[in-house]
Ligand binder design. Structure first.
Ligand SMILES: Nc1ncnc2c1ncn2[C@@H]1O[C@H](COP(=O)(O)OP(=O)(O)OP(=O)(O)O)[C@@H](O)[C@H]1O
Ligand SMILES: [Mg+2]
Length: 182
């Protein structure tokens, strides 16, 4: 199966966006052979029991995928991180929100490639639900300069208006890609 770290991040950010949060924060950092990300939302959160179920690959809430018995999102993240020498952490408080993070050894052959990160940011910025989405990104390659930037959905909306119309999408895509250039 071909999937990327961007697919995993997108999935976790989608959970956060579906949790009734007004703010979703995403951090994606790469340095010294490590890729790590964190997704924080101030949405509905989970009780310990709900979190245990979300972490269990053989349980799904039966609402979103009524025909499927197995949830994929968080268990798949955990499995991928653990199989490739990385790690993960999910903390949640009912009524307050959830923070999920994971880290990957990019030198491990079992770690998926990062994938198209600007494309991923665009997808996540377009998720309906949260009033605002904040993205913090950094990348440090050996011997190279530190790349660091922040993007807020509210700022993009201020500048572009409706970010879903075709022209805005093209501009947003160009802008997000330009941020990755050193
Ligand atoms: N950030 C979150 N806030 C609140 N509940 C969450 C959060 N993330 C996950 N959950 C709960 O855990 C369940 C399992 O999440 P998971 O991503 O594994 O599957 P899913 O979102 O139901 O389906 P899929 O991601 O496969 O489309 C969710 O249905 C939701 O009830
Ligand atoms: Mg999910």
């Amino acid at each position: 199966m071909h999937f990327t770290l961007a697919d995993l991040v997108t999935d976790i950010a989608q959970n956060a966006s579906e949790a009734g949060a007004d703010l979703v924060e995403l951090e994606v950092h790469e340095d010294d052979g490590e890729f790590r990300f964190l997704v924080r939302d101030n949405g509905k959160g989970m009780t310990k029991d709900e979190l245990d179920r979300a972490l269990d690959p053989f349980v799904t809430d039966g609402v979103k995928h009524p025909c499927r018995k197995v949830g994929l999102g968080i268990p798949f993240l955990i499995q991928t991180a653990e199989q490739s020498g990385g790690g993960w952490d999910v903390k949640s408080e009912k009524g307050k929100g959830t923070t999920a993070s994971a880290w990957f050894d990019t030198g491990n052959v079992d770690t998926p490639p990062p994938g198209d990160l600007p494309g991923m940011f665009r997808t996540i910025l377009m998720f309906d639900g949260p009033a605002d989405i904040h993205i913090r990104r950094s990348r440090k390659r050996e011997g190279g300069p530190l790349l660091e930037y922040e993007v807020r959905k509210s700022d993009l909306v201020d500048v572009l208006g409706d970010i879903e119309d075709t022209e805005s999408l093209v501009l947003m895509d160009k802008y997000l890609r330009s941020l990755e250039e050193e």
